[in-house]
Design a protein around this ligand. Structure first.
Ligand SMILES: C[S@@+](CC[C@H](N)C(=O)[O-])C[C@H]1O[C@@H](n2cnc3c(N)ncnc32)[C@H](O)[C@@H]1O
Length: 279
């Protein structure tokens, strides 16, 4: 009987009725997928307060891929990278500071209490692996990435490799998380358009991270502006890699290697961003 059923299905699959016969199964598949997205979105609407620059955890698989991404691009064992991930995730002083500063901030109505770093733990591991003396980031917002980067530099200093972070944002209210010690000890917040601020940098840059105005034009202008400021062997990172080819093109033009990682948020409707890296 089942043999007959199989032969019948195969015959239908080869006939002109195939699209009609397959429609209910295809409909169910996509409906199940969309219902899951709608459920996650509805839960997020009531559980979260964020209106942009969303925070979330990554799926375990995505976290593992990020560990391998950092291991390959920074040429360190993956076990070392996993150790760096654990280091930042177990940093209770940082977590407590973010929770308290968020609760005390004037914009707490638009921020979540729970601390979730997403791909920023990848940034942390890159700084721990590379031990840069001077890091420049564009785009600070609340300063979540800033304190994560600052934490890596503070740990590097304990290991005998001190470093400083220059954080550029056009918004004078940006960076409230990064105004407390010890993180502020290694951070200089600069207010103004990033292109002008990059032009005014007076010390070589070992690692540059773009996360400001995500238009193609601005991203392109930032990488062009930072080029003459770079120390030999500097690393370039973009937060815009899921949307543009700016950094991959820049890498090709300047004779660098390039690799991209795409994150997968856990239990969030947002499809995620990524880390684009040229070295
Ligand atoms: C996506 S947020 C940065 C997120 C942050 N890096 C983090 O880890 O959470 C983008 C930031 O870029 C800033 N920005 C936008 N245009 C800019 C520009 N032309 N120059 C400098 N900062 C800019 C915005 O004020 C905003 O704070």
């Amino acid at each position: 009987m089942s043999g007959d059923g199989t032969s019948f299905r195969r015959a239908v699959a080869r006939s002109r009725l195939a699209p009609v016969a397959a429609f209910p199964k295809r409909f169910l598949r996509v409906a199940r997928h969309d219902a899951k997205v709608i459920g996650t979105s509805a839960r997020w609407l009531f559980a979260s307060r964020e209106h942009h620059n969303y925070t979330y955890d990554l799926t375990p698989l995505s976290r593992d891929h990020m560990a391998w991404f950092v291991a390959v691009t920074c040429d360190v064992p993956v076990a070392t990278v996993r150790g760096y991930f654990a280091e930042i995730e177990r940093d209770d002083a940082l977590r407590g500071h973010i929770e308290r500063a968020t609760a005390a901030s004037a914009r707490r109505g638009l921020a979540d209490r729970r601390v979730r770093y997403a791909r920023r733990i990848g940034w942390y591991a890159i700084l721990r692996a590379r031990r840069p003396a001077h890091v420049v980031e564009t785009g600070v917002d609340k300063g979540l990435g800033t304190v994560v980067l600052a934490s890596a530099l503070l740990r590097n200093a304990v290991d005998g490799h001190p470093g400083l972070l220059t954080s550029l944002d056009i918004n004078p209210e940006a960076g409230y998380l990064a105004r407390a010690a010890p993180w502020s000890d290694v951070v200089t917040l600069v207010v103004g358009d990033s292109i002008a601020s990059i032009g005014a940098l007076d010390r070589p840059v070992d690692l540059f991270l773009h996360d400001s105005d995500h238009t193609i034009k601005h991203e392109r202008r930032e990488f062009a502006a930072i080029e003459p400021k770079l120390a030999p062997g500097a690393m370039l990172i973009t937060d815009n890699v899921t949307k543009t080819e700016v950094l991959s093109r820049h890498a090709e033009k300047t004779g660098r290697k390039f690799l991209a990682y795409r994150e997968t948020p856990d239990a969030h409707w947002f499809p995620g961003d990524g880390i684009g890296l040229a070295w």
